[in-house]
Design a binder for this molecule. Structure first.
Ligand SMILES: NC(=O)c1ccc[n+]([C@@H]2O[C@H](COP(=O)([O-])OP(=O)(O)OC[C@H]3O[C@@H](n4cnc5c(N)ncnc54)[C@H](O)[C@@H]3O)[C@@H](O)[C@H]2O)c1
Length: 296
């Protein structure tokens, strides 16, 4: 099996930056690519403060933290990925954008490179079909935030080889994750179950069943969920939730997955959740968390 040294991550948003941080902390050299230079600046700052937080809580040694930051390189140029052994795509949840990206990556990446997608819901077989190496394309679905959450959902496309599966399984385990494997159907396992619940929480709010606080408290204290569905939607991003519901609706051919009009309206209004400071809840009024005093 090819040794995985250099990992390319595309998309410096909340998932891509978290995946880059995690893989760097486990000793991989990272190229983090985003088409938006501002996203790379934001990603570098958030990785740096996240590492400082982990060090100050003794969850990461200072040496590993310093080493991880040195292993991270950022660029807007996809061509930097020619040296990567594995490329993990974490750009917006749009099939069009991802297919175009896989088409380009297929030309840039070395022939032995594995192309993985962090998609939440889009079938891997469809992304693989825009490349000439479908046997090297696989779903590697991290949970949010990637450095903390223990799960990786692996999705094999129809042509994914055993060799590719074994390499990604080994990588995920080395990153300290527990794996589950899903067949390649829209939404896989986690979002097939999670997103209809979140969508139903929006319907409960939309139809006046209860307040947002009571919906979330009901699920936290009544069913032992660590976060309420509406709080979780804000963490994930309402745009991501909406895209996933649309993929479920069209991919599984069932209107029971039709997105709630309130979810659509919030996204139309730019209320995308925590990343914008406003979603179901308003985060702009919350006091800023205290800056960690420890320095790397
Ligand atoms: N948000 C979550 O909780 C979550 C969890 C698991 C998986 N995912 C999946 O991860 C992916 C990314 O989600 P996110 O929440 O990090 O999104 P995000 O909006 O935070 O970040 C997306 C980033 O991709 C960049 N981008 C867009 N098109 C690009 C391109 N063609 N080339 C390079 N960069 C490009 C954007 O500039 C942005 O910085 C999606 O597929 C999503 O479904 C999200």
């Amino acid at each position: 099996m090819t040794e995985i040294k250099v990992i390319g991550v595309i998309g410096g948003g909340q998932m891509g930056s978290g995946i880059a941080q995690l893989a760097a902390a486990y000793g991989h050299d990272i190229w983090l690519i985003d088409s938006d230079p501002a996203a790379l600046t934001k990603a570098t700052n958030s990785i740096s403060s996240s590492i400082q937080r982990l060090v100050s809580r003794n969850l990461l040694s200072r040496e590993v933290g310093v080493d991880a930051l040195q292993r991270l390189k950022c660029s807007t140029d996809l061509k930097e990925l020619h040296s990567a052994d594995v490329i993990i795509e974490a750009v917006v949840e749009s099939e069009d954008v991802k297919r175009k990206l896989f088409l380009e990556l297929d030309k840039i990446a070395k022939p032995s490179a594995i192309l993985a997608s962090n998609t939440s819901s889009i079938p891997i077989t469809r992304l693989a079909s825009s490349t000439t190496r479908p046997e090297k394309v696989i779903g590697m679905h991290f949970m949010n935030p990637p450095p903390i959450m223990k799960l990786v959902e692996i999705v094999r496309g129809v042509d994914t080889s055993d060799e590719t599966f074994d390499a990604i399984k080994t990588l995920a385990e080395r990153l300290g994750k527990t794996l589950i494997c899903s067949q390649d159907y829209s939404g896989f396992i986690v979002n097939r179950l999670l997103m209809p619940m979140i969508n139903e929480a929006f319907f409960a709010l939309y139809t006046g069943v209860a307040t947002k606080e009571d919906i979330d408290t009901g699920m936290k204290l009544g069913t032992n969920h660590p976060m309420g569905p509406l709080e979780l939607a804000d963490l994930i991003g309402l745009d991501v939730c909406l895209s996933i519901m649309k993929v479920l609706q069209s991919g599984l051919g069932d209107d029971k997955y039709a997105p709630c009009p309130l979810l659509v309206q919030y996204v139309d209004a730019g209320r995308l959740g925590r990343k914008r400071g406003l979603g179901v809840y308003d985060y702009r009024k919350l006091p800023k968390p205290e800056k960690s005093k420890s320095r790397l």
